[in-house]
Design a protein around this ligand. Structure first.
Ligand code: NAP
Length: 261
């Protein structure tokens, strides 16, 4: 029986797919019928994600016989990102029409103690990585003349409101929001929508080291009074990836339980 779901017949690339939000995105997109190219800096983690996905059930002849596949890519490297897009095309004989860019890091330090190296690293992964993935895939999507392309960049609510100890992270994520709005304006004529998601406080390995006292303080400020699950971010990604959001582009959608609205 052919796969059903709002992403049936779509090839989706997920960066940061080996952990946290990216892994949950892979799971929800696969549930909705997409074929997954799972990428992470650590290929073994991407492979583990693939092993957790339901077997791909093709809904179109073009993708029949395909299986979800894992790729190892450091998104700060233009040559690695180029190789990723080339390898995905070789593997699936198709260009992804969906991408969720979730690769990111958080390194926190107060501004007066923040050294240049740490600032550069956070900007390189979170902002330059977004540029490289969007530009490289955007070129491939345009060359393939995709009918309905959708790119979702994972930013952060901190990019909108800032946070003590997170100057570099906030700068990188504000950059992702502005970048996304510009990409949306430029790529609309190529049938590619580009949106960002601003998660709040989500339970993933990234937040697992936050002290319990801080978790309680932040939770107190969240109207829904709890941290979010990565699958709750993933459901919004699936909506933005699909044609159900066909008139949504350049948006920065908050998935925060109401935090800092
Ligand atoms: P996570 O579990 O740490 O996942 C991030 C993934 O990105 C990891 O697999 C990580 O690999 C990978 N990665 C790091 N540097 C990379 C690079 N240079 N190239 C390719 N992949 C790289 O964290 P998460 O919470 O799911 O975060 C996903 C996205 O959501 C990030 O952009 C983050 O900023 C954003 N976000 C998270 C929250 C939250 O509360 N969790 C809130 C707002 C926004 P390693 O583990 O091997 O480093």
């Amino acid at each position: 029986m052919a796969a059903a779901g709002m992403l049936a017949g779509r090839l989706a690339l997920v960066t940061g797919g080996g952990s946290g939000i990216g892994r949950a995105v892979c799971s929800v997109l696969a549930r909705e019928g997409a074929l997954l190219a799972v990428s992470d800096i650590n290929k073994e983690n991407a492979e583990e994600t693939v092993s957790l996905l339901p077997k791909y059930n093709a809904s179109t002849d073009a993708l029949s016989g395909c299986a979800h596949a894992a790729f190892g890519t450091n998104v700060t490297s233009s040559s690695e990102v180029t190789d990723l897009i080339n390898n995905v095309q070789k593997t699936f004989k198709a260009v992804p029409s969906v991408a969720v860019h979730s690769a990111g890091i958080a390194k926190d330090q107060f501004l007066l103690k923040l050294d240049e190296e740490m600032f550069d690293e956070v900007i390189a992964v979170n902002l330059k990585g977004t540029f490289l993935v969007n530009q490289t895939l955007g070129k491939a999507m345009c060359a393939a003349k995709v009918e309905e392309g959708s790119i979702v960049n994972i930013a952060s609510i901190i990019g909108k409101v800032g946070n003590k100890g997170q100057a570099a992270y906030a700068a990188s994520k504000s950059g992702v929001i502005g970048f996304t709005k510009t990409a949306a304006q430029e790529l609309a004529r190529n049938n590619i929508r580009v949106n960002s998601i601003l998660p709040g406080f989500i339970t993933t390995p990234m937040t697992s080291q936050v002290p319990e006292k801080v978790v309680q303080m932040v939770t107190f400020m969240i109207p829904l009074a709890r941290m979010g699950g990565p699958e709750e971010v993933a459901e919004v990604c699936a909506f933005l990836a699909s044609s159900r959001s066909s008139y949504v582009t350049g948006a920065a959608i908050e998935v925060t339980g109401g935090l800092f609205m």
